[in-house]
Design a protein around this ligand. Structure first.
Ligand code: GTQ
Length: 358
């Protein structure tokens, strides 16, 4: 009969042994076992809300003080207060507020972190993505996948401000960051304007003469009018998700997959007075309220959002959304690292046992 063994070693003897082990760059697992193999995840990131009313003036101030010749990208990073200054908004995701002033360009470059832009304020302007000039109007989602050249330009008379979403913390952790400036400030436009939208924007009608085998969506532009039309059309006809209301994913039109292998994007409509049930998942999420006001309860904490605010839900924290208005819908855009967890068999989801948090 085999059994678990005991030892008589004293604390002092053990400590001497542990100190000695350091000489060989090893350490005992058994003293830290419970820190490593936790029963369930506990993110160091905390629920947090960034107010548009506070950030917009700071972005305008940044535009006064710093030019795009000095700042490769004029971005105010949203740093999670729980992450000790790490360049991260949740454990794996980054978001920032980028501003491009009338007449400015942000020069062409490419990098391995993938980026998405959700347009907040603009009367036009564009991002060129690998030769495709993509217009940017409020509510538009624009993708700049891993290693695609991109430069931003504002040829209007009003500031462009948008939400950036990148997988920077994940790519840094994987030690796979590469960056390259384009030889010129602005890359040439090699396609018809908004070419990816012309080619793939119909969604259910895609080019039949070729296949796309890229791991990201070949569609770089998801214009707001189409998004809004889809939400408006569907909302009266269905209950939607108990956790997210009428929630739609921005998909890769060629295979139904997420926008990027590392990040998925969603938009959701909460009907007037709607409150969702609470759930949690190992993926983390960054939200931006497109319109409407309400609150999201995250880990028992109430985050009250107004139009254009940004907030984050760390992984494995219960959350539920409430549209505070009795008459107006609320719309939230969000992005998530769920595709990463999904592809590694690490995506878990759990409904709150009581339906709602107390
Ligand atoms: O627009 O290319 O928020 O390179 C961070 C890094 C945006 C961009 C960010 C970037 C960009």
């Amino acid at each position: 009969m085999l059994s678990r063994s005991s030892s008589e070693a004293t604390e002092a003897v053990l400590q001497t042994f542990y100190d000695k082990l350091e000489d060989f760059s090893v350490a005992p697992l058994w003293t830290v076992q419970e820190d490593v193999l936790v029963n369930e995840p506990k993110s160091k990131a905390v629920p947090h809300l960034w107010r548009w009313s506070e950030l917009r003036p700071q972005a305008m101030r940044a535009a006064e003080l710093v030019g795009t010749a000095d700042a490769e990208r004029r971005v105010l990073m949203m740093l999670n207060p729980g992450l000790d200054g790490r360049i991260a908004t949740t454990n794996s995701l980054f978001s920032g507020l980028q501003i491009v002033m009338p007449g400015e360009t942000a020069r062409a470059h490419r990098h391995t972190p993938a980026a998405l832009r959700f347009m907040i304020d603009s009367k036009g302007g564009y991002t060129t993505v690998d030769g495709d000039k993509v217009p940017m109007l409020p509510g538009d989602l624009i993708l700049t996948p891993n290693w695609n050249w991109h430069d931003h330009g504002n040829d209007t008379d009003s500031p462009m401000i948008w939400l950036d979403g990148l997988d920077i913390p994940l790519v840094r952790m994987l030690e796979s960051v590469f960056f390259e400036p384009y030889p010129e400030d602005v890359q040439p436009i090699t396609q018809a304007t908004d070419f990816s939208f012309l080619k793939y924007g119909a969604g259910s009608l895609t080019p039949a003469w070729q296949t796309s085998d890229s791991t990201h969506s070949p569609l770089m532009h998801y214009p707001w009018d189409k998004t809004w039309e889809a939400l408006q059309g569907l909302a009266p006809a269905t209950e939607g998700s108990p956790f997210d209301g009428v929630v739609l994913e921005y998909i890769n039109p060629t295979n139904g997959g997420p926008a990027f292998p590392t990040m998925g994007c969603h938009v959701q409509l909460l009907r007037p007075g709607e409150s969702t049930k609470a759930h949690r998942h190992t993926s983390s999420t960054i939200y931006h309220s497109v319109e409407g006001s309400g609150h999201t309860i995250v880990d028992g904490q109430k985050l009250s959002w107004e139009p254009k605010d940004v907030f984050c839900v760390p992984g494995w924290t219960y959350h539920e959304h409430i549209n505070a208005s009795a008459t107006e819908p609320a719309v939230l855009f969000s992005f998530t690292d769920a595709p990463v967890l999904q592809s590694l068999s690490l995506l878990r989801e759990q409904a709150h046992p009581d339906g709602h948090q107390s």
